[in-house]
Design a protein around this ligand. Structure first.
Ligand SMILES: [Ca+2]
Ligand SMILES: [Ca+2]
Ligand SMILES: [Ca+2]
Ligand SMILES: [Ca+2]
Length: 331
């Protein structure tokens, strides 16, 4: 893979100009109808205990729930910005402060970012790319520096990469593939080496989409949360490597969609953030498939605001909520 040289840093400075943080409020999102505005809520269970507006960044820069991680290994989740041409900027975060980061050297345009995860287990999240031939390659990261790169394999493009997390509890992120016919296969990774793997299951419909991975039962292995994009039904797979060792349907709140997942109350188990009718945000605190309790967080009824991340930006062990305004009209 040819890594593209970093162009001059003008684009990065656009993204890195911060406006002053505003006082957090439950209406912070709605009070700030600027396209490109980015707001974080620091959470303690269902309570918003801090946060506010981070910055207004050109909407051409996008944040995706799929692409997140701790790129410098300081225990705080960072923010990955991507433009449609593959240009990437990472903000290294400490709560509301951007403490470093900038433009990341990225491959030429025949490669696209497919996943993020810590594939070599050094505590720093890495970048996984794929190209139009299906070739998969990993860039190992230290902050915004690419410290190495290695090719994994070439996988027919009829197979899509649908999840990347540590499913066998060895501290290294693994890969979950789905074929056009619904077969799900997992590769357990050690760096760029496929250490082991195998078939997981076959989906009964292609409407199932991975909407989160987290350790929902607290056994040290991350699990897979699926939502049916037509019916809204939600199902959890509790994983041990490529074996489904438990799980099943989740009691899905009425007409609600998974907006994020993470351990919001720091009990060692991943929880589910739902977005329901009228923009009602609720968190279900989980123990495996069992909902221990559910609580309302806030109502965000402005459809321009989207949850784009659920990382632990301040490193207090609790997942926080990252919002982005993608206002398209009457902004
Ligand atoms: Ca970090
Ligand atoms: Ca790593
Ligand atoms: Ca688990
Ligand atoms: Ca929890």
């Amino acid at each position: 893979m040819k890594i593209r040289r970093i162009r001059n840093s003008i684009a990065a400075t656009v993204a890195i100009t911060l406006s002053a943080a505003v006082a957090p409020s439950l209406n912070a999102a709605g009070d700030n109808p600027n396209s490109g505005a980015t707001t974080v809520w620091m959470m303690d269970g269902p309570q918003v205990i801090g946060g506010g507006q981070l910055a207004v960044v050109d909407p051409g820069w996008e944040i995706s729930r799929r692409f997140t991680g701790d790129f410098n290994g300081d225990g705080r989740t960072d923010i990955l910005w991507l433009m449609s041409d593959g240009t990437m900027t990472i903000w290294l975060m400490d709560g509301m402060q951007v403490i470093g980061g900038g433009l990341v050297a990225t491959p030429d345009r025949t490669w696209w970012l497919e996943a993020t995860g810590d594939y070599n287990g050094d505590g720093r999240t890495d970048l996984l790319y794929r190209n139009s031939h299906g070739t998969v390659s990993i860039c190992f990261m230290n902050g915004i520096a690419v410290t190495g790169e290695a090719e994994v394999a070439t996988v027919d493009l009829s197979w899509g990469l649908v999840a990347s997390d540590d499913f066998n509890g060895d501290g290294r992120a693994d890969l979950v593939w789905r074929s056009a016919s619904g077969s799900v296969v997992m590769w357990m990774m050690n760096g760029a080496q496929v250490q082991s793997g195998g078939s997981v299951a076959t989906l009964d419909t292609m409407y199932w989409s991975v909407v989160g991975t987290a350790d929902y039962n607290g056994d040290g292995r991350h699990d897979i949360l699926w939502q049916n994009l037509v019916t809204g039904s939600t199902t959890m797979w509790l994983m041990d490597g490529n074996h489904i060792v438990g799980g099943g349907p989740i009691a899905t709140p009425y007409n609600s969609w998974v907006a994020g997942t993470g351990d919001y109350d720091r009990d060692g188990r991943g929880d589910i953030l739902w977005q329901g009718p009228g923009g009602l945000m609720t968190i279900s605190f989980m123990n495996g498939t069992q909902i221990l309790s559910s609580a309302a967080v806030a109502t965000v009824d402005d459809p321009d605001w989207h949850v784009v991340g659920s990382g632990d930006y301040n490193g207090d062990g609790r997942a926080d909520i990252l919002w982005r305004n993608y206002c398209v009209s009457n902004c």
